[in-house]
Design a protein around this ligand. Structure first.
Ligand SMILES: [Zn+2]
Length: 340
């Protein structure tokens, strides 16, 4: 029995040494010290021993049990330490790892233009006003001095809702609304959507955006018009921008002009944006026709003024070198993302 105990101790210690998990250690505890374990079996079998042998074997068995117990608890502690280390390693947070990038949207390039246009004109003392997109034929054409037979009135050019209502073809009717309801001094801009019965292509869209400007006061001259628009062009396109006015015709202004700006890309040498001319056509303007002033109840002997209108789509295309107006309305993120 002595030999048997020695062998059990030897084998037990060896197995405990080799065990490399808490589960294995628990299995060994059951194997040696459990109710049916090897050491327990020997202690139980002591009844069969002689009186002399019993205390010797008993003592030895207890020593073996104690040694195996100690060895098991030491091994268990070691395994727990290892498990904790592994857990800590797994849970470590690497603060140098790149984060998950959240995509932030951007303001539509047309809205960016409207915001900066408003900022520029507000800084020059203009007020922003808005008008309805469904407009009367009177405000859209008659009050703006458009002859009854003017081609822009045709069904092929204008969306009619009834005989008297249209989707406005320009933002100019907002001028009429302002002049009918206020006396000079007037200094307003009006950005908004306009509609024309155009077949969409790279430069035409049935829906587009304009910004209208109107100034009415005593002693307003063509010089004020040129000065105002020159300041606008420099603020919007850059300080080096030059402006040039060419005579033109609009029914509601007299005299009328178109304003060109020097090409901001090539500086006037000629490139693809200015189509080699060095200049870019930007907007229409002129002195408000006396007929329009009188129509709105403003004394054209006392007051004079100027108006201008520009395509917001057009100047945004020019500023960002965009070659197709339809890109603005397709909601393609790859296009819109460029305008951060
Ligand atoms: Zn150019």
């Amino acid at each position: 029995m002595k030999e048997q105990l020695k062998e059990i101790k030897q084998r037990g210690m060896n197995e405990i040494q080799k065990a490399d998990s808490l589960k294995e250690l628990e299995d060994l505890r059951v194997k040696y010290l459990g109710k049916k374990g090897e050491v327990t079996r020997i202690l139980r079998g002591m009844g069969k021993l002689s009186k002399e042998e019993r205390p010797i074997i008993g003592e030895l068995a207890n020593v073996v049990r104690e040694e195996i117990t100690n060895a098991l608890s030491e091994a268990k502690e070691r395994q727990e330490e290892i498990a904790l280390e592994i857990q800590l390693k797994d849970e470590i947070i690497d603060i140098t790892m790149p984060g998950v990038k959240k995509e932030v949207g951007v303001l539509h390039p047309l809205n960016q233009s409207v915001e900066s246009l408003e900022e520029i004109f507000i800084s020059m003392g203009f007020k922003v006003v808005e008008g309805p997109e469904i407009e009367t034929v009177e405000n859209n054409f008659d009050a703006l001095n458009a002859p009854k037979n003017h081609p822009s009135r045709d069904l092929s050019d204008t969306f009619y809702i009834t005989e008297d209502l249209v989707l406005r073809t320009q933002t100019s009717p907002v001028q009429i609304r302002v002049m009918k309801n206020a006396q000079p001094p007037i200094r307003v801009i009006s950005p908004g959507r306009c509609f024309r019965n155009d077949t969409p292509d790279a430069t035409h869209s049935p829906m587009f955006h304009q910004l209208e400007g109107l100034v009415i006061d005593e002693n307003i001259t063509l010089g004020d018009l040129k000065g105002t628009l020159d300041v606008f062009a420099k603020r919007f396109f850059g300080d080096d921008t030059k402006t040039k006015f060419r005579p033109h015709h609009f029914p509601f202004t007299e005299p009328s002009a178109e304003m060109d700006i020097s090409c901001f890309k090539c500086g006037g040498i000629g490139c693809n944006i200015c189509k080699g001319s060095g200049w870019i056509e930007l907007l229409g303007a002129g002195m408000v026709h006396p007929n329009v002033l009188e129509y709105c109840g403003i004394d054209s002997e006392k007051y004079s003024g100027f108006a201008f209108g520009m395509g917001i789509d057009r100047i945004t295309m020019a500023k960002h070198d965009i070659d197709d107006i339809r890109l603005f309305f397709e909601n393609d993120r790859r296009f819109l993302k460029q305008f951060k």
